[in-house]
Design a protein around this ligand. Structure first.
Ligand SMILES: [Zn+2]
Length: 269
């Protein structure tokens, strides 16, 4: 899937999940907590593709997400790609092919998803609001890149960086400290997981079973069969999938926010 679809799927899943939690378990979130969770999950849904690096020294190439914060995130992508490749070679079995880059390996696995979610939660718990602001800044940047891709392209990375910083600061100042932290880690983890699923329904295989060895392969690519898989960036993905995700996101958001709005204006339901 392309960046905008990944980000949109993260947002839709978070909103739908929040609606389900609210509706079936009575777990309510403030509008700000909802907005933050949705943005973080949208950003998290782009995070695994930060393993697509370009040429840092010449400031060229890289996935769109790798360019979110200009050459800084391009450098991070380079590190993530090399670390992923290192882990690939460290764990590869005899039937795993040789590779020259680490794209769609480590960052597209369940252990990575869990590690990122757990790591985020741990950072937030250990360093409190300063860790929160840093993580929010980063995730907001990715979310802006994904959800408003055309705007981000025109605005450039400096504006995206400043906008993310502003949004992170605003959240930092307004989000109560009591129950927001584990939700941030969860949102990042869920986002990463949704990304992997998104890549699986396109023809790009992901090593979702790693580290389970199968027939002398540790990095078995898993995807839908070609006949029903979506073509990345094809019409079905860009039109049908994005429209469906938008409808889900909007319905869930309305379902979450409408009751309290009606209540505020004293309208009986
Ligand atoms: Zn991917």
């Amino acid at each position: 899937m392309m960046g905008p679809s990944h980000a949109l799927s993260g947002a839709a899943v978070w909103l739908a999940g929040s609606w389900a939690l609210d509706h079936f378990a009575g777990y309510e979130q403030s509008p700000l907590a909802l907005a933050v969770g949705t943005a973080v999950c949208a950003g998290g849904a782009l995070f695994p593709d930060l393993d697509l690096s370009g040429k840092v020294t010449r400031n060229q190439g890289g996935a769109t997400v790798a360019r979110t914060f200009g050459v800084f995130s391009l450098f991070l992508a380079e590190v993530m790609e090399k670390v992923s490749l290192g882990v690939y070679y460290a764990t590869k079995l005899s039937r795993d092919p040789r590779r020259s880059n680490g794209h769609r390996t480590l960052t597209h696995t369940i252990p990575f998803t869990v590690l990122v979610g757990w790591g985020t939660t741990t950072l937030c718990a250990a360093y409190g609001k300063w860790a929160v602001i840093g993580i929010l800044f980063f995730m907001f940047g990715l979310a802006l890149r994904g959800l408003f891709d055309e705007w981000a392209e025109r605005a450039g990375w400096v504006v995206v960086t400043l906008a993310s910083l502003g949004a992170a600061w605003f959240t930092f100042a307004n989000l109560p400290g009591d129950r927001g932290y584990p939700m941030i880690g969860l949102a990042v983890g869920v986002g990463c997981f949704v990304h992997i699923l998104g890549d699986m329904i396109t023809r790009a295989g992901v090593p979702i079973l790693w580290p389970i060895p199968i027939k002398r392969r540790m990095w078995t690519p898993v995807s839908l069969p070609d006949s029903i898989a979506l073509r990345a960036g094809g019409k079905t993905e860009v039109v049908v999938v994005r429209a469906a995700l938008t409808v889900i996101a909007v319905l869930a958001a309305v379902g979450l926010v409408a009751p309290s709005l009606l209540q505020r204006f004293d309208i009986e339901v």
